[in-house]
Design a protein around this ligand. Structure first.
Ligand SMILES: [Fe+2]
Ligand SMILES: [Fe+2]
Length: 440
């Protein structure tokens, strides 16, 4: 269990350590028993405009009130305290969220969590303050198309501490400056199992959950028999700009814009749409997606959801989602469609986007990946039977994905924790067109 004891107050060091600690695979998080006044599960959630607005979520044991204190890391501005909005929990653990607004773009901030009302926290004579957590740090998005990188994780889900965590750590070491992590669902296996969420947060470590934005969509395992896990909304509140009807979608469907990329999160769990119909669930998102893509002022578009439109599992068929969403993804030429659920690795495209060069195609790239150790067989039938082709398909490989965006070029890599390159391609935008080039 990751925890920061409010009274430990180590001063400014931890925010400054974010890059190097992650790069070194370190985790400033010695396991300790939860205690009153213990802060953990600190996480950044993307907002509609992460250049000036940032949401932070966290948990405090035994606290009815808690606040966020945030200030520019270079000390150039005043600290702001925001009262945390209670988002759940009981007497033992309470979860909170706060959204800082009016931030400066492309600026390093540090923040910490306090127990009690906004007036809490007192100098302890040691350079720290009683009642306040360690410092965390992040940098707001730049306003323009500045280069940046993000990570993409398929299902983490199973045996997280022993088998999935090494892949996550390898990703953080490979791309210590990543600004965003994208999670395509099934983050845990049993959505209501608190210990699995402990393992998930442990796998990333507090400097990574609290140091970059986490854009997550739920998978079927993040839904339980009574609907979306009660852990979901407090931890992944979304950007609040999704469809308002039917009720429920606003929690899991949203978009965020980061330095020239529009990221769109969809909820593919139409089997969990009750009391709404699956058709309404999918149609609402299709219409909303069309609007979000039609109004997109950015050069790049990345869409993520859990269930693939082309299934790689020989016993599955992506027909329902394919009919609902594929035409829109194609019409607006979404660059990356990042999915999960099939527990293998596949990357492909519609055959109509082939070019005369066998290593070059156009159009959207569809990917399925898996982070954790659970594996299924992989087959091409659902792709090839429906107008698509597989460029890379593997089973038995746990991968992490790094994506670097630099103006008109996007470089994608899928690697194992052992250093094997499983897939790579480069997308180059040229005028109104683009080329997707295998390898890099
Ligand atoms: Fe899964
Ligand atoms: Fe799944």
């Amino acid at each position: 269990m990751l925890a920061t004891t409010l009274r430990s107050a180590p001063g400014r060091a931890s925010a400054l350590l974010v890059g190097t600690a992650v790069a070194a695979g370190l985790c400033a998080c010695a396991p300790q028993a939860p205690d009153t006044g213990t802060v953990d599960r600190v996480l950044l959630s993307p907002t509609a405009d992460p250049s000036t607005v940032q949401t932070v979520t966290w948990r405090v044991s035994g606290a009815e009130e808690s606040f966020l204190e945030i200030e520019p890391e270079d000390g150039s501005g005043q600290a702001t305290r925001l009262q945390g909005r209670p988002t759940g929990g009981g007497e033992a653990d309470s979860t909170f969220a706060a959204t800082a607004t009016g931030l400066e773009p492309d600026t390093a901030y540090r923040y910490r969590i306090g127990e009690g009302g906004e007036e809490g926290g007192e100098e302890d004579g040691d350079g720290g303050e009683d009642g306040l957590s360690d410092w965390y740090g992040f940098t707001t998005a730049a306003e323009g198309n500045e280069p940046f990188s993000f990570l993409y994780f398929g299902d983490v889900q199973d045996d997280i501490a022993d088998e999935a965590a090494p892949v996550i750590r390898a990703a953080l070491e490979a791309e210590p400056g990543a600004r965003l992590a994208l999670h395509s669902g099934d983050l845990v296996d049993s959505a209501g199992d608190d210990s699995q969420w402990d393992a998930w947060f442990d796998a990333f470590g507090p400097l990574a959950t609290g140091g970059m934005n986490h854009l997550a969509v739920p998978g079927n395992h993040d839904y339980g028999s009574e609907g979306l896990s009660e852990h979901w909304a407090p931890q992944f509140p979304g950007a609040g700009n999704g469809p308002e009807e039917p009720e429920g979608l606003a929690r899991t469907v949203y978009h965020t814009d980061y330095q020239g990329v529009r990221f769109v999160a969809l909820d593919s769990n139409h089997r969990d749409a009750a009391p709404h119909s699956a058709d309404r669930w999918l149609d609402t998102q299709r219409r909303w997606l069309e609007q979000v893509l039609a109004d997109n002022p950015h050069q790049w578009t990345v869409v993520t959801f859990h269930h693939p439109v082309f299934s790689s599992n020989p016993e599955r068929d992506g027909d329902t989602l394919r009919r609902a969403w594929l035409p829109v993804l194609e019409e607006y030429d979404v660059d990356l469609v990042l999915q999960g659920h099939d527990h293998s690795y596949s990357r492909g495209n519609l055959t109509e986007h082939r070019t005369r060069d066998p290593d070059v195609q156009t159009g959207p790239v569809y990917v399925v990946a898996v982070t954790g150790p659970k594996m299924y067989e992989a087959a091409e039938d659902d792709w090839t039977d429906h107008g698509a082709e597989v460029r890379v398909q593997r089973t038995g490989v746990q991968t992490f994905q790094t994506v670097s965006v630099d103006h008109d070029t996007m470089v994608y890599r899928a690697d194992t924790a052992q250093g094997e390159s499983v897939d790579s391609f480069t997308i180059v935008k040229e005028g109104d067109g683009k080329r997707v080039i295998d390898g890099h």
